[in-house]
Design a protein. Structure first.
Length: 620
């Protein structure tokens, strides 16, 4: 009967002059196994549940809540701490509220007279001190500092306490309320904040509130060692049958420790360390408000675009420059190849995403809609030129140095916790500094030159090779890997300047190298005989804060083959996409607030970009 129906259907199609037969798929995308959509989100947002996520204009103030964060991410208008109303031009698809595990909800509990907290003598003492300090900003700041150190009251994972459980239950239930499969994904997460060398990690759970509530967030009060965090996540998965990952961030402030080649005990990395780090940390937050972390001009002197949003500036005499190489993504990817040769496992085999690390509850990084790092950095006539003390070395941070970045782009089959999480684990993700440009990146051995121009590029990409985050092995005799790339501008943004492939490799002498290839250039430009490219130019009008898309291209697509391939060398490749120059957030501030005198060192123009996850090659 089934065979008869199929033949009858084919007959009817034929007699109706339809050029599709029953043996073919009438709707080829009905059961498409590969991701067809890119979803946009932020995996690093702090709310008033973090001690440093409240209202700095009102020490010990209530600040904005997780509900505010979720509503804002979904496109609803929210009033910031400075009294200005903000709204995203386009809603996000997913969000991770990653409040600090340390003292989570503590100051909110004191302010709201939390019944559980008030059962302890320490909780009542802090509440009494808060009542006495009301209206006195100096005393409130002292109390704020005291609460930061009250970890004994908060307890550890081992000890725990009723207040800590109540806070975590609230966090998980809030995420569950806002999670709308297919429409908006609210992940359950938190930040493990190891203040030793700024080795922070955002922990993301794939699971629902019921499962997540079995384990409390792991904090630095439990351990300051990443290895212990990984062990804790392993226990979580084993006991709950759940799923978790950790995302390191802000390596540019790690004092050379984020990608150091020694472990927490000061010992050289071993195979077990490499396996655990690769397993639990599949992604890296390569760009955020506290600067860009792709590479540093001292590490990549031949890269004309390396000095992008370099936080704290460049001073070659600084002693910390000796360990810059252990702080940035590109050098870490190279170190990973060296460790793979030594240990048989690559500990730094990560994909790349961007996120904000905002402490305002509001994830907004548009240059024309940049809300800032914290409430103290929300839009004001002073924020461009104001100076902030930073860190124990009493360094000064200039207000203009903050980076309006970034977002995470995830290729997934649908907008759900499960689909997005699995895409993160397989590293089919990329980072942008804010614009929502669409980037495809595939690697294989048999792409044709014309594949870049075909409408079914993704189908070709998956059928002939692997996507970003994948691996190529066993090079066919006489072949070099080729890469299928397509980048399309943000529909509401700037045209594209160029597409580059960044390659890193480990040679037979054990040396590590990198090279930048311009693989697609806008406006029909070509490299000259020295490999240099004429700049795309600029249309930016700083005074009127405008630009035009009369330069650059809306789309760049290419099949590129590595001309320097050696089948015996470990290598990685990732794509960097650059927009044409556009006004920076500092220019928008100057225009909006009518600022007359801006210091010459303040950048007013930016060149936004995207970084894909790498594709790795390993010899047989």
């Amino acid at each position: 009967m089934k065979k008869f129906k199929a033949n009858l259907f084919g007959f009817l199609l034929a007699t109706s002059h339809v050029t599709v037969w029953a043996t073919d798929s009438y709707s080829p995308f009905a059961k498409e196994p590969h991701p067809t959509n890119v979803y946009w989100g932020d995996t690093h947002v702090h709310t008033n549940m973090s001690l440093d996520g409240g209202d700095y204009l009102d020490p010990m103030g209530i600040g904005l809540s997780s509900d505010d964060a979720y509503h804002f991410a979904q496109g609803k208008p929210i009033m910031a701490h400075n009294g200005m109303e903000f709204r995203l031009q386009r809603p996000l698809d997913f969000l991770v509220i990653a409040d600090h595990a340390e003292n989570m909800g503590m100051h909110q509990g004191i302010i709201s007279y939390n019944s559980v907290l008030m059962k302890s003598e320490e909780g009542r003492r802090l509440r009494t001190k808060y009542e006495a300090a009301k209206g006195d900003s100096e005393k409130l700041l002292e109390l704020y500092s005291e609460i930061q150190k009250a970890h004994g009251l908060y307890g550890s994972v081992a000890g725990g306490n009723a207040f800590r459980y109540s806070v975590w239950n609230e966090v998980t239930i809030n995420a569950e309320r806002h999670n709308k499969p297919g429409k908006f994904t609210a992940f359950i997460g938190y930040e493990w904040t190891s203040h030793d060398s700024n080795l922070h990690r955002v922990v993301i759970l794939k699971d629902n509130a019921k499962r997540a509530q079995f384990f409390l967030p792991f904090s630095q009060y439990d351990s300051k060692k990443p290895e212990d965090l990984w062990a804790y996540l392993s226990d979580y998965e084993r006991e709950t049958h759940g799923d978790a990952i950790a995302i390191p961030h802000n390596g540019n402030l790690s004092q050379g420790n984020m990608f150091n080649l020694i472990d927490s005990e000061g010992e050289p990395l071993d195979r077990a360390y490499a396996q655990n780090r690769s397993r639990w940390e599949p992604l890296y937050e390569v760009t955020q408000i506290k600067g860009d972390g792709e590479t540093h001009p001292l590490l990549s002197p031949n890269d004309e675009f390396a000095d992008f949003e370099t936080w704290l500036g460049i001073d070659e005499k600084k002693p910390e420059n000796s360990y810059r190489k252990y702080e940035y993504a590109r050098s870490a990817l190279k170190f990973g190849l060296g460790q793979q040769v030594k240990l048989g496992v690559n500990p730094f085999k990560f994909g790349m995403i961007g996120s904000t690390d905002t402490h305002t509850s509001l994830s907004s990084v548009g240059e024309n809609n940049f809300i800032g790092k914290g409430s103290w950095a929300e839009p004001s006539p002073e924020r461009v030129t104001i100076e902030y003390p930073f860190g124990e070395k009493a360094r000064v941070i200039h207000g203009w140095s903050f980076n309006a970045a970034g977002y995470a782009a995830v290729w997934a089959t649908q907008n759900t916790r499960e689909a997005l999480f699995e895409a993160m684990k397989r590293k089919e993700v990329y980072a942008t500094t804010g614009p929502r440009m669409t980037v495809r990146f595939f690697g294989g051995w048999d792409y044709d030159k014309d594949d870049a121009l075909k409408p079914d590029l993704a189908k070709i990409g998956y059928s002939k090779g692997v996507p970003m985050g994948g691996d190529l092995t066993n090079a066919p005799k006489g072949k070099s890997p080729n890469f299928l790339i397509r980048a399309v501008k943000d529909p509401d943004g700037a045209n594209l300047d160029r597409v580059q492939v960044i390659k890193g490799w480990h040679d037979k002498n054990g040396e590590l190298h990198e090279k930048i290839y311009n693989v697609a250039l806008s406006d029909n430009r070509r490299e000259n005989c020295r490999g240099k490219v004429k700049p795309v130019g600029t249309t930016v009008d700083i005074k009127n804060v405008s630009y035009t898309n009369t330069i650059g291209d809306p789309e760049l697509a290419v099949v590129w083959t590595d001309p320097d391939f050696n089948k015996n060398e470990l290598a990685f490749y990732y794509v960097r996409v650059l927009e044409i120059p556009t006004p920076r957030w500092t220019a928008y501030d100057a225009k909006f607030f009518g600022l007359k005198e801006i210091p010459k060192e303040v950048p007013m123009i930016t060149q936004e970009r995207a970084y894909t996850s790498p594709i790795w090659f390993s010899p047989e």
